[in-house]
Design a protein around this ligand. Structure first.
Ligand SMILES: [Fe+2]
Ligand SMILES: [Fe+2]
Length: 395
């Protein structure tokens, strides 16, 4: 279909008077309709005058950055710093420690246990860690380039490192040893009718790690003792810890997958929109990868000798699981209700409702157990960033 070039063909005058005074009103309507046909729904919904205004605004939006944009970017910078901190810990034990992602010396049996989910897990962990680091550094550098204050969380690096061999002994921002991993993203992305934006809730795929506090990295070397009775000498406890990590990877990245489109709806600058869309797409690619790997977690049930809790990773393809809600190869988002149940089902990221995006993310990370042991000042600092980001409106 041939499209008209708007700036050359639309003038403000054409909005207020008929192009041909001799035309009957009905002829004018027909012509106007055929003119708008080439513009699609957006063009048809706007008057010609507002189309011109929109184009002018769009050009201006490349140059400006609003207080709201800064607030959103500052919250995202903090979120990325937190992501880097947790991914760094995973990389020290189960990734690849190199010049791109230095630090740590690996944990052989934990890494082997992760590789039961996919032989390439160390590479993926390394790359996800490096990606988060670049997100953090880029967003802060962009803020500085616009004369805005970058985010620094160094004063809150107070949490202890794991005592297991492989970790650096440095202060951390996040705690990976007492997690309550929300695995409801599994059923949320498989549901063909439910959408959290429409008020629906979803069952956990692995209920036993959603309740209580569980390690996703070895706490001490006791967690990675060899068991000669098992394949590769990987104990059930070590496998359960690696499986917990495998699900937590996706839990974290599905959060980023939703957070960026939530914020995209409230940024003003087109350049900031470009940043949010471009980084947000990387979070989606992370989530998709981890979603696939989590389904390979070996079935295991073990009592954690430290917590006394039983951790069970069920066969999600067998009864009482299985079917559309649990089948492990359904890793692409099933089409579901979007915006209204009256509209046709659509394969989408969910949730994406923008209201309270930052506070929701902060609450989800907190409920995850990531900040167990953090100071009051840390929560105050993060809450302030979240409140400011949630006040941002598109201008
Ligand atoms: Fe990120
Ligand atoms: Fe991420």
């Amino acid at each position: 279909m041939e499209r008209e070039i708007l700036p050359a063909t639309v003038s403000r005058a054409s909005n207020t008077q008929s192009p041909n005074e001799n035309e009957s009103p009905s002829e004018s309507v027909v012509k106007r309709r055929s003119f708008l046909k080439g513009l699609g729904v957006v063009g048809a919904a706007l008057s010609t005058g507002s189309l011109l205004t929109t184009i002018a605004e769009a050009q201006g939006r490349n140059d400006i950055i609003t207080v709201g944009d800064v607030a959103i970017l500052r919250f995202l910078a903090a979120a990325e710093i937190l992501e880097t901190d947790l991914w760094q810990q995973y990389n020290e034990f189960g990734g690849i420690q190199d010049t791109e992602v230095p630090g740590g010396s690996g944990s052989r049996l934990y890494t082997l246990a992760l590789q039961q989910l996919d032989g390439d897990m160390p590479q993926y962990i390394h790359d996800n860690t490096e990606d988060e680091l670049t997100h953090e550094v880029f967003i802060n550098a962009y803020l500085v380039s616009k004369g805005a204050e970058p985010v620094n969380l160094d004063q809150f690096r107070t949490l202890p490192s794991s005592q297991a061999t492989g970790a650096q002994q440095i202060g951390r921002l996040t705690n990976l040893m007492q997690l309550s991993v929300d695995t409801s993203w599994w059923t949320r992305y498989r549901s063909r009718t439910g959408n959290p934006d429409l008020g629906d809730t979803f069952a956990n795929a692995v209920p036993s790690i959603a309740m209580g506090q569980h390690p996703a990295i070895p706490r001490t070397d006791d967690d990675v003792q060899p068991d000669p009775s098992k394949p590769h000498h990987i104990s059930d406890l070590t496998q359960a810890i690696a499986n917990t990590a495998g699900f937590h990877f996706a839990t974290i990245e599905q959060g980023g997958t939703s957070l960026y489109p939530k914020f995209a709806q409230r940024v003003t600058s087109l350049e900031v929109l470009r940043i949010v869309l471009s980084i947000g797409g990387t979070e989606i690619s992370h989530f998709q990868t981890w979603h696939d790997k989590a389904g390979n977690a070996p079935h295991v049930s073990v009592v954690d000798p430290v917590t006394g809790l039983t951790v069970t990773f069920p066969d999600l393809n067998a009864p009482p699981f299985g079917g559309e809600d649990f089948q492990t190869n359904l890793i692409m988002p099933e089409p579901t209700a979007f915006l209204s149940r009256k509209l046709p089902a659509c394969s989408i990221i969910r949730p994406t409702a923008t209201k309270g995006a930052a506070m929701g993310a902060l609450q989800a990370l907190t409920a995850d157990g990531l900040f167990i042991g953090q100071s009051k000042d840390f929560f105050k600092f993060m809450r302030t960033l979240a409140i400011e980001a949630d006040l941002a409106v598109r201008q």
